[in-house]
Design a protein around this ligand. Sequence first.
Ligand code: ACO
Length: 325
Amino acid sequence: ARKATITGLGNYIPPKVLTNKDLEKMVDTSDEWITTRTGIKERHIVEDDVSTSDMVYVAAQKALKNSGMKADKLDLIIVATVTPDMPFPATACLIQERLGAEKAAAFDLEAGCSGFVYALSVATQFIETGVYGNALVVGADILTKITDWEDRSTCVLFGDGAGAAILQATDKGGMLAFDLGSDGSGGKSLYMPGGGSLSPSSELTVKERQHYIKMEGNQVFKFAVKIMEQSSVDVLNKAGLKPEDVNLFIPHQANTRIINAAAKRLKLTDDKVFVNLPKYGNTSSASIPLALVEAKEKGLINEGDIIVLVAFGAGLTWASTVIKW
Ligand code: ACO
């Protein structure tokens, strides 16, 4: 059967590093608290003049080069982000123009930190049905521009970045299964209230700090641990596989305690769980593709391997997939 597979990967990581020590000077926190509660040591953050499309452009070009494809061959561009350059037009359209992807359809997809895996599933449907042949899927976010730098419970968590994948048709392996879900009842445990049609930008919304991330960390934490296990089991079932068949498990990089709890429930040993959170923090939609790029570069993903990607995020949402590489 016709399947979709990843034939190229690329990333953009901003050069500027913000360490836990730097944060100690900005809010009442400590390297010790951040390290033990989250696992994060440092994160990369953009300069003021960098937008999401700038990062997407670099990551996309690298992914195209890595797959040996020219941009004019792309049929579809999906950018998963909660921090587009602007509410509209879509960041994907800005990229379509910059890349010169003349024949590509383009749109953004918003599913919080699950966005990249959601976007992979959408592109996969188009490819499996034969509607499209070549897709670019990107996860990119600049959460540091919607972070309240006076809120120590959130500002220590986030970093910026972009990761891109080229998807093409294959007749062996590829994306074997997806598991997507949502629980809108948890929406208010992670959200940005201002700037939409409910509460349009005004002096009042700015004064009330509505253009910043609001989060109930412990609510998200409980949800995340449960759903990472459940979604991984469900997606493996759909693929006719078990946790012990997995060569590498790539979870959303939000908190090492969440990752460790999920891995323990799935009885996965440390060597099968990819973690790069200490260097990047939570990069939202970019977290899974950044991890995928790094795992590939480190030689941890080889032909025939079974890879599980699993994410959770604002919505609340979750998404996982099994890839036979
Ligand atoms: N430095 C020092 N102390 C802090 C800090 C900080 N940066 N932040 C919070 N504290 C304090 C709190 O005020 C609290 O003090 P109190 O007991 O006197 O009230 C204490 O530390 C404990 O706070 P908790 O919130 O209970 O800490 P917890 O162990 O739950 O860890 C954390 C908080 C790290 C946020 C955790 O809940 C978490 O990681 N949750 C998941 C969040 C997440 O993954 N969000 C992203 C989802 S993906 C997306 O879409 C972006």
